[in-house]
Design a protein around this ligand. Sequence first.
Ligand SMILES: Cc1cc2nc3c(=O)[nH]c(=O)nc-3n(C[C@H](O)[C@H](O)[C@H](O)COP(=O)(O)O)c2cc1C
Length: 241
Amino acid sequence: MKDIGKRFMEGTRFENLGPSDQMEGKDAPALSWLHEGETIALPDPKELSVGDIKLCDAIKERESVRAYKDDSLSFAELSHTLWATQGVRKKGKHVALRMVPSAGARHAFETILYVRNVEGLEKGLYRYLPFEHALAPWDTPDDVENLLVDASLGQKMPGRAAVTLIWVADVYRMYWRYGERGYRYLHLDAGHVCQNLYLVAEQLDCGTVAMAAFDDAKMNRLLGLDGEDRFVIYLAPLGKI
Ligand SMILES: Cc1cc2nc3c(=O)[nH]c(=O)nc-3n(C[C@H](O)[C@H](O)[C@H](O)COP(=O)(O)O)c2cc1C
């Protein structure tokens, strides 16, 4: 497997790709996972006034932070964070635009959150519903916090932050248009999402850190994902500093 990276880059060059499912006329997948059942509405991001700072200052001050106070995040701050990282800004019939860019506007991520200390929310896992701007409870295993730290190769941040955002790639949403090359784009897209989180952290007097060092199998098992069609691509804790 020593040359797997080189083979991946070679195999995903345009000249080595066959026609994608979209080119072959197959139906596009849904824009987000369906949810039936209980939801928790989040406050309208347009009506929120969370700390405003100059973009230039946010860029200058941004840094990775791995220690947080044990203070809670407000519900409004959580709402703003989810909107800024994965919120929807325009919706058409077959395509939606969000607050971050995405290759071909495929937006192939779902956000699962581990809520530890957010006002008004019980501890546990939730999924962000971007089109409703709401939360849905997600099956939370007993001892989720220890499992999350263990799946993060012992990195303690998710056990100390107010909330941890876990981004899950839904491969076919990207693959449908780009085939194997779509895997490149999933990883590029994830960076944009997390960068917005870094900037929001500055705005909210919070700290965050991108986390890509984790045990894939453990992380996916913890969230009940198959690890192939749906897998954790990136995560980031967020807490007051
Ligand atoms: C793709 C990626 C993966 C990262 N994974 C981790 C991680 O698992 N754990 C961690 O503590 N920091 C992680 N980081 C944070 C980097 O260590 C950090 O960005 C770097 O040291 C530079 O520091 P700065 O962000 O404060 O400028 C990651 C950053 C990126 C962009």
